[in-house]
Design a protein around this ligand. Structure first.
Ligand code: FAD
Ligand code: DLZ
Length: 528
């Protein structure tokens, strides 16, 4: 009979993990806080606090369910401070003869663990069953397809799962209701406040620990509000369904200067950590449509994100790594703009996206894609610089989902695998979808001159610079035709304006050192 040490990672906090099934007598379940995971990129302090607090709460749940649990705290004197070393140290301590672990969410750990499958103390890697699709199933679907597009994958997923299907046909007669989902948010429309979770002693202790050990990282801790238990995650899900889902669709692409969350679910951290399963979330959302409480455009829009995009990016990640991470189709080389760490920029939209990121470890999808992402794309920021930033700063960040979104969707660095064209846009788009421009010193209607919105000249100069790679793309034909129709003088003026802006753009020192210190104050009163 094997005597395993089951290593549960900080984003594997589900009782349904394959490694917890039918544990032989003497199994030890280990959760290990280690410095290496907190520093391989400078994670936002809220992200670290979320993971450590959720791990500590989950360890208690495991003990309550009768598991024998070892919890390595970050400041345990014997802690080996890397996941592999600490698991092997504990296996020795408890006389275990193998280490069991479910596929981690990042290639670097997968590789390190696979390298130990034949070691004297063997590691057994198991599949992560929390997703609708395994990497093997994704590979079978993608096989032989020249362009494995998300939309085709998504339809297949709908057929496979039966979600939003009626008699073999998509509910409402269409697969996709995106055309209904692009409305700006009227100024008069109020947005419900997110739920406030009770901060217990465990979370308070973790917040203090994080402030002490990771206080130099970018990001504040004061507004920490993430759900750290399944119970709290279920409160978030209920809140989303009751207060936000009906408007999720129509305002999905909207941005508001003063509000970070709008009608977004904020469920990604709970989903990625394992506190909620994607299946239960999709089924709960589908029920709202079936029972007439939410419109189809919202329900389909949400299910497409979770059943479609989320699974699709994971499939791409696991079937394309490690080469995927080295892709740089536009051959860009600029370092990360310093403003990504300091927020110090006159571009109001960029400033607000970075401030929200700093204060909440969150920015919604359109801010990530069309503000910070679009800006980095137009400035030719190198994939590795931008990917490290996104991986560090969001509470939901994990490489399997961050990398395809950043390298593929934002930077088009995978040559068009994730998206058939780059999501580049001028200031006009930001003006249409947000109220930022009203608070900005730049004018989105001007392309050159001292008051012109920098997104405008950057946009045209980007298209001109990358014409060799992009002008043949059928989806970019119209825009390149507009560029060609411009007079030479106008093109030259746009190019000069963009070049002057880029020449003034500072690159960040390594990881924004000294940019910000995350403080932590005594606990405030919170409502349950
Ligand atoms: P909602 O808008 O409420 O969407 C519902 C759910 O759909 C999300 O919780 C998420 O699970 C899923 N989802 C939506 N869009 C995507 C997408 N493009 N890819 C995968 N899942 C999606 N998401 C992460 O979970 N982790 C990341 O590290 C991450 N990095 C990103 C980096 C960039 C550059 C971009 C453009 C997007 C990234 N996303 C990432 C996807 C998306 O922005 C977040 O999932 C979303 O903003 C989370 O907020 P929410 O839960 O309120 O989402
Ligand atoms: C992100 C993170 C952090 C900050 N700390 C820990 C930790 O101390 N222990 C742990 O098991 N996991 C942590 N994580 C999450 C891991 O980085 C994550 O499991 C891998 O990146 C794979 O997804």
């Amino acid at each position: 009979m094997p005597r395993p040490l089951v290593l549960l990672l900080g984003d594997q906090l589900s009782h349904a993990m394959a490694s917890l099934r039918d544990p032989p007598d003497g199994t030890v379940v280990a959760l290990c806080e280690v410095a290496a995971e907190g520093t391989y990129v400078p994670h936002h302090p809220q992200k670290i606090a979320l993971i450590l607090s959720a791990m500590r709460h989950f360890a208690t749940e495991l003990r309550d369910r009768g598991h024998r649990v070892h919890y390595s705290a970050l400041d345990d004197p014997d802690n080996a401070q890397t996941l592999v070393d600490e698991a092997e140290r504990l296996a020795g301590l408890y006389g275990c003869d193998e280490v069991r672990v479910v596929r981690p969410g990042e290639w670097r750990l997968w590789q390190a663990m696979r390298g130990r499958e034949d070691a004297a103390l063997p590691w057994r890697l198991m599949e992560d069953e929390r997703f609708f699709t395994t990497p093997e199933e994704f590979a079978a679907w993608a096989k032989g397809r020249k362009a494995p597009r998300m939309e085709h994958f998504y339809r297949e997923q709908r057929r496979r799962t039966g979600l939003l299907m009626e008699e073999g046909k998509p509910s409402g007669g269409q697969w996709n209701f995106d055309h209904d989902n692009r409305q700006p948010l009227p100024a008069s429309r109020e947005v419900p406040d997110p739920p406030h979770h009770r901060r217990d002693a465990v979370t308070d202790e973790v917040l203090a620990l994080v402030a002490e050990h990771f206080g130099e990282h970018f990001g504040t801790l004061e507004s920490f509000h993430w759900p750290v238990t399944r119970r709290q995650a279920l409160v978030e899900l209920r809140h989303f369904i009751e207060h936000l889902l009906p408007d999720f669709g129509r305002y999905q692409d909207a941005i508001r200067d003063a509000e970070p969350f709008l009608f977004h679910s904020r469920l990604s951290p709970a989903l990625n950590l394992g506190l909620l399963s994607p299946r239960e979330v999709c089924e709960a959302v589908e029920r709202e449509y079936l029972e007439g409480r939410a419109p189809l455009n919202s329900v389909e829009g949400f299910i497409r994100q979770v059943l479609g995009w989320r699974e699709y990016v994971r499939g791409l990640y696991w079937t394309r790594m490690p080469d995927y991470k080295r892709r740089n189709a536009l051959r860009t080389r600029r370092g990360l703009p310093a403003a990504f760490w300091s927020g110090d920029t006159d571009l109001r939209c960029l400033r607000r996206a970075i401030e929200m990121t700093r204060d909440h470890a969150y920015a919604h999808h359109i801010q990530r894609l069309m503000v910070t992402g679009n800006f980095a794309l137009l400035c030719d920021v190198a994939p590795e610089a931008l990917c490290d930033w996104y991986l560090a700063v969001y509470a939901d960040a994990c490489e399997w989902v961050e990398l395809p979104n950043t390298l593929g969707m934002v930077l088009h660095a995978d040559g068009g695998l994730m998206g058939s064209k780059p999501y580049c846009a001028s200031g006009k788009y930001i003006d249409r979808m947000s109220d930022h421009c009203r608070h900005c010193r730049f004018d989105p209607k001007q392309a050159t001159g001292a008051d012109a919105c920098p997104f405008n000249s950057l946009y045209w100069a980007f298209l001109e610079r990358h014409a060799d790679t992009l002008s043949g793309n059928p989806r970019m034909k119209l825009i390149y035709a507009s560029l060609r129709r411009m007079s030479d003088d106008k093109r030259a003026a746009l190019r000069e304006q963009a070049e002057a802006f880029l020449a003034r753009l500072d690159s960040a020192p390594a990881y924004g050192q000294g940019m910000h210190r995350a403080g932590y104050e005594a606990p405030r009163e919170t409502t349950p």
